[in-house]
Design a protein around this ligand. Structure first.
Ligand SMILES: [Zn+2]
Length: 549
């Protein structure tokens, strides 16, 4: 009987595993030199690196394996050089901009090479070993060739989310590099280009932090202010928040979200970005709130009951001291719920200056997940509304407990901020859920409590409250004024489901009540059907929409 497991099979298998490890080895070597670089030890990466490692060894054509490894070497070298210089992974948009400004990139690269000296050995060492194994261990199988080509194509191009080519900062960089490569190809094949906006500027306003300061920024999920009794809803769904609102330090108002779904909205609310198609700004951490807080000496926390994929939108991962979330996280604590967000803060030691972002999952669908007490059951023909209103009671308890924990601070300043990422429609105009490019989906509640009257006055002074306005006000608390030359007084943007503008956006003028125009890329399909009803203006030619700038 023929022996199935031969010494040769064992040897080949071992080398494939070594190849897989070598593909992620630069991340580990790089992190020894660059302390702000983070990546999770994500077991899912095996589904990426094992097929590639397998394909490289089993491939029939040696030149193809050499070509792929050479390509990955170049990509990873650019990737880690980008991270070493900017602190963020490259995107296909940053590659596009680098080509546009090639001369400046070369000059700056030469000037800063001494700070990034470790990049070349960190990347080169594992790749030299890969070249060696391909040279000595190749098995000549067409199946290996097909596996290699298909796994590269699958992991580079098969992205379900619309931000499919944008990197996730805590994933292994080989994954991000492949996404960038295919993002570049996608840009060349489509009309997806980088629009030239004037760069933002960030000014130090010379603020001194001579007393303890805690900023708590709570990101709510799918909250409809029309279903909060705080905002006048007939069912008393937020009794505890109504009590909190009696304080002179408390201010609440309805305003506009940055986007109509979680991933797009987070980009705007955590990075003070104004224009939905400003790809240069969305590829940068320049105005990221974690970055600004860290630069002021704040201890930074991101405690979340959401999955880690949202960090790709939030950004600034290298500037966060404590990250706790669900999924393949850096500081894994198992699955945490909204009830445990506050506990995690109590467990982790606070400093004199703290910037804490708490990210809720309650009240995302299914609403029944959040129902603790069926107080409103049977009062409405639509049980979705009953479930949602009952869930709001839990949300009321969670948020008011967090406010109550921080507003008793006896010494120093506290700033407690809560807003929802987007609205959740419950039958308004016959619409449900979120994600549609409709004005009502962007209408979100804001609640702020602070013992710093200047901050409350600044918030009150924002004509039409928005995530953008809020993020700029938070940056000011951190001692920075963000100047955006592209900002037009009284004009608010709301992004569609893609934070690079690929799903269109709405523009609101005159206090936010009138929708003047919208843009949808012609190659990405038509305007949402609900747009005409909601905004009353439909551009006749999607390609030639003119904007009032
Ligand atoms: Zn959301």
């Amino acid at each position: 009987m023929k022996k199935i497991v031969t010494a040769e099979t064992v040897r080949t298998t071992a080398i494939i595993l070594v190849m897989a490890c070598l593909l992620v080895a630069p991340d580990f070597i790089f992190s020894m030199f660059n302390k702000t670089f983070k990546h999770s030890v994500d077991i899912k990466v095996l589904f990426l690196v094992l097929p590639i490692g397998c394909g490289l060894i089993l491939n029939k054509y040696r030149w193809f394996s050499f070509f792929v490894v050479s390509l990955l070497l170049i990509l990873q070298f650019i990737q880690f050089s980008h991270i070493a210089y900017f602190g963020t992974p490259m995107t296909h948009y940053s590659i596009y901009l680098a080509i546009q400004e090639f001369g400046e990139v070369v000059v700056e690269s030469i000037n800063s090479i001494y700070r990034c000296f470790y990049v070349l050995p960190a990347v080169l060492a594992p790749f030299i070993m890969m070249f060696y194994f391909i040279k000595t261990e190749r098995c000549k199988s067409i199946c290996g060739t097909i596996l290699l080509a298909s796994s590269l194509l699958y992991f580079g191009y098969n992205r379900i989310s619309l931000e499919r080519f944008m990197p996730n900062e805590i994933r292994f960089s080989i994954d991000n590099s492949l996404k960038t490569l295919f993002g570049c190809i996608h840009m060349i094949l489509t009309e997806d280009k980088v629009k030239k906006y004037v760069s933002y500027e960030t000014f130090d306003i010379g603020k001194a932090f001579d007393e303890p300061t805690t900023i708590v920024y709570i990101i709510g999920e799918s909250v409809n202010y029309r279903h909060m009794s705080l905002f006048g809803y007939e069912r008393d769904t937020t009794p505890l928040l109504k009590d909190l609102a009696k304080s002179d330090n408390f201010y609440y108002v309805m305003g506009m979200a940055g986007g109509v779904n979680t991933l797009s909205s987070l980009k705007f609310m955590m990075n003070a970005i104004y224009e939905p198609d400003n790809k240069r700004q969305t590829s940068s951490d320049q105005t990221n709130l974690f970055k600004l807080a860290k630069s002021r000496g704040f201890k930074t926390f991101y405690i979340s009951s959401q999955r880690d994929n949202v960090l790709a939108s939030i950004g600034g991962v290298g500037y966060i001291d404590v990250i706790i979330n669900n999924g393949s996280n850096i500081s894994k604590v198992g699955k945490i719920s909204d009830d445990q967000l506050l506990d995690q803060i109590k467990i982790n030691e606070l400093g004199d200056l703290n910037f804490i972002v708490l990210h809720q999952r309650c009240m995302h669908v299914p609403y029944s997940d959040w129902v603790e007490e069926a107080r409103f059951d049977g009062n409405n023909e639509d049980d979705r509304i009953d479930k949602y209103d009952n869930a709001m009671l839990k949300n009321d308890r969670i948020i008011s407990k967090i406010f109550g924990h921080f507003n008793g601070q006896k010494v120093g300043k506290f700033y407690i901020i809560w807003t929802s990422d987007h609205n959740e429609l419950l039958g308004e105009d016959g619409l449900y859920g979120h994600g549609a490019l409709v004005k009502k989906v962007a209408e979100v509640p804001f609640m702020i409590e602070s013992n710093d009257g200047t901050f409350i006055d600044d918030i009150r002074g924002i004509g039409r409250m928005s995530h953008y306005g809020l993020a700029k006000a938070v940056a000011k608390v951190l001692g920075y004024e963000i100047k955006n030359p592209n900002e037009v007084n009284g004009m608010i943007y709301v992004s569609g489901a893609d934070f690079n503008g690929l799903c269109g956006y709405m523009i609101f003028e005159g206090g936010g009540d009138d929708c003047k125009a919208s843009l949808c890329r012609s190659s990405e399909g038509a305007l949402p059907q609900s747009f005409e009803k909601d905004c009353g203006v439909v551009p006749t030619s999607l390609k030639n929409v003119q904007f009032k700038q």
